[in-house]
Design a protein around this ligand. Structure first.
Ligand SMILES: *Cc1c(COP(=O)(O)O)cnc(C)c1O
Length: 374
């Protein structure tokens, strides 16, 4: 069912301040498209930060049914929550590495750490010794982002000592691209050359390299396993070109007051907007606490029936005011819903108006919306 075909009355009857609709069919089709692009390499799903705010359990299960078998979160605690909801065949990796003291719990929970240093490799090997078994891991290298992974100057030492760690099975060597969304960036080629040098220094290991943007940089970036996040969720993998992904997230927010004001009326906190003439306003039941960033004050817009309705004045914590003068009087009433994300406004549109990126919009979408999956 598509949201537009629903009567506004039916939406309002539930009494929610907003509806966040997550289209699991579109998510699956995005996974299929990416999988076809990287084949014969495989595609992992990055489901960190609650699958970019969309619900890690629901997203992971939908993608598992689409054939995905590799899942990445960022933090150990995220993995602890997700692991019981994943089938045993699914592999679950923790990008941020091995937290000291978590080794045994990590191993016993069948969570696979991305080891970011020789020290973490030693810790993991220690856990393997204590448990008297071989433990799987991914080994991450820093290819030029200075964030996570083994630094270039530590590689020789690591390479020399790797055979001491026979009880750690390295499933992949990996690295992360810093500028993959910018197809013209020199940094992509630099990082690829470094990754290829690492693959030569550590022969026999499979490479895991591309994120969403990296998938669109070409085969050389694919390795055997790509790690996609934003593109699965409908965000644009590459800046400045048409987005090939299907929208997954729709957000509709309730109208809680309608009024007409005269010239000179001050609108919102600090009177940041003063009406120049008579105007009709609607107050919406969502604000910056719901992820509609305060930087949208006086800049962003929402849509109704395809008509752009600008945000006027400051975005408040729980509400914001829009100018509905462009709609025929009586079009919006209490209980109407307006489109924040949907056919007329993409994640990128909203992110641009807010001065940020689609990732921050998605991960900031608040908990007060009624989430529904279809
Ligand atoms: C977040 C993240 C990804 C996913 O990136 P997208 O751009 O969302 O596809 C992949 N790899 C690592 C290491 C990450 O931190």
């Amino acid at each position: 069912m598509i949201l537009e075909s629903r009567s506004q009355a039916a939406l309002s009857s539930v009494g929610a301040s907003g509806y966040l609709t997550i289209d699991l069919g579109a998510l699956r089709r995005n996974y299929k498209l990416l999988s076809e692009m990287v084949a014969p390499a495989q595609t992992a799903a990055v489901v960190k930060a609650n699958a970019y705010g969309l619900g890690a359990d629901q997203v992971a299960q939908a993608l598992y049914s689409q054939g995905c078998r590799h899942f990445f979160v960022a933090q150990f605690v995220e993995a602890v929550h997700l692991r019981p909801n994943l089938p045993p065949e699914a592999q679950l990796f923790v990008l941020n590495g091995l937290q000291p003291g978590s080794e045994i719990r990590c191993a016993e929970s069948r969570i696979i750490p991305v080891l970011n240093s020789l020290e973490q490799l030693q810790q993991w090997a220690g856990a393997a010794r204590r448990l008297k078994r071989t433990l799987p891991a991914v080994l991450q290298f820093d290819t030029g982002m200075s964030r996570l992974g083994v630094q270039p100057k530590k590689r020789a030492e690591l390479s020399a000592s790797l055979r001491e760690f026979g009880n750690v099975e390295i499933l992949f060597i990996m690295s992360h691209l810093a500028s993959a969304d910018d197809a013209g960036s020199e940094q992509n080629g630099d990082q690829l050359a470094e990754m290829n040098r690492i693959a030569d220094e550590f022969p026999g290991f499979d490479v895991c390299f591309a994120n969403s943007g990296g998938i669109f940089l070409g085969n050389a970036f694919h390795g055997v396993l790509a790690r996609s996040g934003i593109a699965l969720y409908g965000g644009a993998p590459t800046a400045g070109v048409a987005n090939p992904m299907e929208a997954v997230v729709h957000l509709d927010v309730a109208v809680v007051q309608i009024q007409a004001v005269q010239a000179g009326a001050r609108i919102g906190y600090s009177g940041a907007h003063v009406a120049e003439g008579e105007m009709r306003l609607a107050t919406l039941a969502a604000g910056y606490a719901d992820g509609l960033l305060r930087s949208l004050s006086g800049r962003g817009a929402v849509y109704y029936d395809g008509v752009r309705l600008p945000i006027v004045g400051r975005v408040s914590m729980d509400s914001m005011t829009i100018d509905i003068s462009a709609l025929p009087e009586g079009t919006l009433t209490l209980g109407s819903f307006v489109e924040v994300l949907g056919p007329h406004q993409t994640l990128e549109d909203l992110a641009r108006d807010a001065g940020t990126i689609s990732y921050e919009i998605l991960t900031g979408l608040g908990q007060r919306y009624h989430r529904r999956y279809r």
